[in-house]
Write a protein that binds this ligand. Structure first.
Ligand SMILES: [Fe+2]
Ligand SMILES: [Fe+2]
Length: 283
């Protein structure tokens, strides 16, 4: 089984800044024939505020021969209140996601693997759907098959016991719950997006793969998190028990940074620029 992971397209009708990069990924992907495409979130530039961006993203996702499954990112359904008090994940935003992209969590059994898509934006949100998702995940991970998990935010940067990493990862408490559930299953792959960085880390039997973005990378506004700030995609080849993941670099990509246009694309009254690196960026 071959799965192509794409991420962070940040599609928008109003702000075509990343259209050339989106098109380079689309052209390459349209010529590929994977068994499945998984989009690990931030499909839309600002779907959390403007449903029109969801419509654009849904159309973009429908242009491939292979089926596409997506999980939501912060720019699709909002974030936890501690990170974005002005744009929290809520019922209206979740409903808009489901209208345009289908379920925000999903499970698929293919080629001897269980593939699980999670809504990372619920983790730590306190929204009633968070507990519902944990209950669902408990059942989803009750399987003898090896498991691959797809979600927008990585669980951690350097290791499972680290403290809060602000904007960039799942927060420690839901991370702990998630890892405890994962311990019951043979999880082999955790594939995420959000950081606009490509990196692969093998830890405790699990490959943690950060899928690169298809839009922009972060510059000075993102602290050094390791990995490579390059655009692209990931090809995951599923064997009997392990996944081999390769970063792909389609032609025509330009790794430009978000900072020169961030106040045009994501205007926020509370943003202070220029500033020392901080964790409220556009990834
Ligand atoms: Fe994100
Ligand atoms: Fe993003």
């Amino acid at each position: 089984m071959r799965i192509i992971q794409i991420s962070d397209t940040h599609l928008s009708a109003a702000h075509p800044h990343f259209a050339a990069n989106n098109e380079a990924i689309r052209t390459w992907l349209a010529a590929e024939q994977p068994d499945l495409i998984v989009h690990t979130g931030d499909l839309a530039m600002d779907g959390a505020a403007d449903e029109a961006d969801h419509a654009i993203a849904a159309t973009w996702n429908s242009g491939f021969r292979a089926p596409v499954l997506s999980v939501p990112g912060n720019h699709d359904v909002g974030d936890v209140a501690a990170i974005r008090p002005d744009q929290t994940v809520d019922a209206v935003r979740l409903a808009a996601w489901r209208k345009h992209h289908g379920p925000d969590r999903w499970l698929l059994d293919r080629a001897g693997w269980r593939l699980v898509g999670l809504n990372a934006m619920l983790l730590g949100s306190g929204h009633e759907e968070e507990e519902a998702q944990f209950a669902w995940l408990t059942t989803a991970l009750a399987t003898d098959h090896p498991v691959a998990l797809f979600l927008h935010k990585p669980l951690f940067i350097d290791g499972p016991d680290e403290g809060p990493r602000g904007y960039w990862t799942v927060t420690p408490e839901p991370r702990r719950r998630l890892l405890a559930l994962m311990d019951r299953a043979r999880v082999r792959l955790v594939a995420s997006g959000h950081l606009h960085i490509q990196r692969s880390l093998h830890l405790d039997g699990i490959d943690h793969v950060w899928g690169p973005a298809a839009s922009f990378v972060c510059g000075a506004s993102q602290e050094d998190l390791g990995g490579a700030r390059l655009l692209g995609a990931v090809v995951h080849e599923f064997g009997a028990e392990r996944v081999t993941s390769r970063f792909i670099r389609p032609t025509g990509l330009d790794d430009f940074t978000i900072e020169p246009v961030i106040d045009v694309i994501y205007p926020r009254a509370d943003r202070v620029l220029p500033a020392a690196p901080q964790s409220d960026q556009g990834a």
